[in-house]
Design a protein around this ligand. Structure first.
Ligand SMILES: Cc1ncc(COP(=O)(O)O)c(C=O)c1O
Length: 351
């Protein structure tokens, strides 16, 4: 394998480091049979580790592309503030990228139910949160949603709202960087792509590129089952807030429950693939889809006739550590070791 020294130098070294186009390919790691219940069926499942981007999460790519796109259109001059609606990854990534394009002032509308931990993360990265009570059943134009409020703020001079829910530079980032990597890394053998649905940028961008290369590719969208929680991903009701026409890029939708998402994330992490709850959700959606194909004897419809295999890829958006407390809420306590001499602890976060 060619040696990749992975060095970034010079006055704009950090800006180059943050640019997905100037980075090495993100790892594509096959799940071992212990985590792949379809290994015996010749189904190969690969995790695409988007959490290994410089900013530790998938949103580094759309954040960079939305800001660069604005800059290339010559519209960044005169901007001194960015406002976005995001509860974490996107706006943190935006803040870090924006500083390299001369903008230091970044605000974010965040939902009132945001966890204190996430709020601290925003403060850590220098983002000013604006708490907003989100409407219960919003659509893309609801004036009370953080999305609309951020858009309205951007009507003032000098304020830029990247607008990740309808800005094509979001899916374009995946079309430009993520999907070509997956295509090359699988040598064009990918048969199924499954991703969680948040802004839907990941699924749209990958679907556009990969289906163009291989029209028979199956694209599966994993969403949160109603009233189930997984950070970064939406329920069917909450997806109404998204401005993109994402449905035309997806062949099958799989609703996934919270507990399963957290458990699969824990299993992958313990197996050495350290990924967060929405990675568990994407894997769960993929496994549910494969199960439905197997139950109706349709796995062979997808199987590569030459190799006899089915190749599946799911992106892993971030790691587990920002949500570490939540694993103790959604995964059975019996899955964790006990603490010896617990009574001696001076701080007991779990009571
Ligand atoms: C942790 C996490 N998972 C999944 C997603 C969904 O990705 P997308 O917005 O591209 O649909 C996001 C997006 O914010 C995220 O932060």
């Amino acid at each position: 394998m060619e040696k990749q020294l992975n060095v970034f130098e010079g006055q704009d070294a950090v800006k180059k480091f943050l640019d997905p186009g100037q980075n090495v390919y993100l790892p594509l790691v096959e799940l071992p049979a212990t985590i792949n219940p379809f290994a015996k069926d010749n189904v190969r499942i690969y995790a695409k580790l988007m959490n290994m981007m410089p900013l530790g999460n998938v949103k580094a790519a759309p954040a960079f592309n939305m800001i660069k796109d604005k800059y290339l259109r010559g519209e960044m001059a005169g901007m001194n503030k960015i406002v976005e609606n995001s509860s974490g990854n996107t706006v943190s990534s935006i803040a870090l990228v924006a500083r390299h394009f001369g903008i230091n002032d970044v605000q974010s509308y965040v939902p009132a139910e945001i966890s204190w931990h996430k709020l601290m993360m925003l403060l850590f990265f220098g983002v000013e949160p604006i708490v907003n009570v989100e409407p219960q059943n919003p659509d893309a134009s609801d004036p009370d949603s953080g999305v609309s409020k951020a858009k309205k703020d951007a009507m003032q001079d000098g304020v830029f709202n990247p607008g990740q829910y309808d800005n094509d530079a979001n899916p374009k980032a995946h079309e430009k960087w993520t999907a070509p990597q997956i295509w090359e890394q699988t040598a064009g053998k990918i048969d199924i792509f499954c991703a969680g649905l948040g802004t839907t940028g990941t699924i749209i961008g990958n679907s556009r590129y990969l289906k163009d290369k291989k029209p028979a590719l199956r694209v599966v969208g994993a969403m949160r089952a109603p009233d189930n929680y997984v950070p970064g991903v939406r329920t069917e009701k909450l997806l109404k807030l998204v401005g993109f026409n994402w449905r035309k890029h997806v062949d099958k939708i799989e609703p996934v429950e919270t507990a399963l998402s957290y458990r699969l994330s824990l299993e992958m992490s313990r197996g050495g693939i350290i990924v967060g709850p929405s990675s568990g959700l994407a894997l769960a959606g993929l496994l549910q889809y494969l199960e439905s194909l197997k139950a109706t004897n349709r796995l062979d419809d997808i199987r590569n006739k030459k190799t006899g295999e089915i190749v599946c890829v799911f992106p892993c958006p971030d790691g587990p550590l920002p949500y570490i407390d939540e694993y103790f809420k959604y995964v059975d306590r019996a899955e964790f070791p006990s603490i010896q001499n617990e009574e001696l602890l001076l701080n007991k976060p779990h009571g």
